[in-house]
Design a protein around this ligand. Structure first.
Ligand code: ASP
Length: 358
């Protein structure tokens, strides 16, 4: 409670400084927003060559532009999310689809999930080994099965029955990821030591009809064993979308994201804040600026995401999230030194970034 009143006081202070309220993309005639990521982690300028830096940016920009074009033309959030992830799954730079990390046994087990903010319909797959696009399989689970999550051999059978493209298991293999496994085994390192950055991919979108969607796809963590499954296919941990609050996709040390229920936790807090905002505006005539600052303006949303990521950090985990809101905010929050990321909105934002200081 004390925190609440401190925030109110801060809100009044802000109002006095005359800082303008955040412009709402959606209010401004069916705006759209998109945020994407290609993993968070120890990503530092000094460890990246100019060529690598440029190649990552080009990959992110191509995926961002593909999704942004669809949304600008009136496409659906779900389609844009899938389109972005399809490109990133095929891109060997990222730990999803082609370029996925190796399991302890030297294979690949892919996880993905997708969620529709309209009705919270969702689909997820875990531990698939021959499906070229796990994100499309997750979507098929959502649309063509009575289930939310399928795993292993059953998920492969479902994929074959629904004509998903299958590839040989080594289609996903890259030298770079194989070396990471070998280094791990030779020096008894942990996945975190060899991966340094996570590399999962994800996208969240708001379309012109005000619908939200989120999707995430990953190879998991290097050297994983015993059919370990991370947060990416767990609805509420790595992925969540609800038109009433936000769409979130996460990357990071999956066990912590599951324990905190990161994606759902952020959306659920934001839903509460939106309700408080509506209440404050209608019942006590709270000025827009203050309601924005306290509850659902960009800074309030950022604070909420940062608070949840701080919980991950306090437990010992790291990583990041991307999110979009019904108002069109497209934000990132991460507690690592960098995150491959990008965002675009109908208000003219279009940017990709890698390091924490940009
Ligand atoms: N979150 C993923 C996992 O734990 C890893 C990643 O973000 O790259 O499986």
């Amino acid at each position: 409670m004390r925190g609440f009143f401190t925030q109110i006081a801060a809100g009044f202070a802000l109002a006095l400084t005359g800082i303008a309220p955040t412009v709402s993309a959606q209010d401004a005639e069916g705006g759209w927003s998109l945020a994407i990521h290609g993993g968070a982690g120890t990503i530092a300028r000094e460890n990246m060559s100019a060529e690598e830096d440029a190649a990552y940016r080009a990959s992110l920009q191509a995926a961002l532009d593909a999704g942004a074009k669809m949304l600008a033309e009136g496409g659906e959030a779900l389609d844009a999310v899938e389109a972005v992830i399809l490109l990133l799954e095929d891109d060997p730079r990222f730990n999803a689809g082609r370029g996925a990390v190796f399991t302890w046994e030297g294979g690949h087990e892919l996880d993905a999930s997708i969620m529709d903010g309209r009705d919270r319909d969702a689909g997820a797959v875990a531990g698939v080994t021959t499906v070229r696009h796990p994100i499309s399989l997750a979507r098929k689970v959502m649309t063509d099965s009575p289930h939310v999550m399928l795993a292993g051999k059953g998920a492969e059978t479902f994929a074959a029955e629904h004509d998903l493209e299958l590839v040989p298991a080594d289609w996903f293999s890259t030298d770079f990821r194989r070396e990471a496994l070998e280094r791990m085994k030779a020096r008894e390192l942990s996945a975190l030591d060899v991966d340094a950055k996570f590399g999962t991919v994800g996208a969240v979108a708001l379309d012109r009809n005000g619908n939200l969607a989120a999707g995430t796809s990953t190879g998991g963590m290097t050297g994983k064993r015993w059919n370990r499954i991370g947060d990416a296919p767990v609805i509420g941990a790595g992925t969540y979308a609800d038109n009433r609050s936000c769409a979130v996709s996460a990357t990071g040390w999956g066990e912590y994201f599951i324990r905190v229920g990161v994606a759902h936790e952020i959306c659920s807090r934001l839903r509460g804040q939106r309700a408080m905002s509506e209440n404050a505006r209608s019942t006590v005539n709270m000025p827009e600026t203050i309601a924005d600052f306290l509850f659902d303006g960009e800074r309030a949303v950022q604070r909420t995401a940062d608070d949840v990521l701080a919980e991950v950090k306090n437990l010992g985990g790291d990583g990041g999230v991307i999110l979009v809101t019904p108002e069109g905010h497209a934000l990132f929050s991460f507690n690592t030194s960098g995150m491959y990321r990008g965002r675009a909105t109908s208000e003219g934002v279009n940017e990709v970034a890698i390091y924490g200081d940009e």
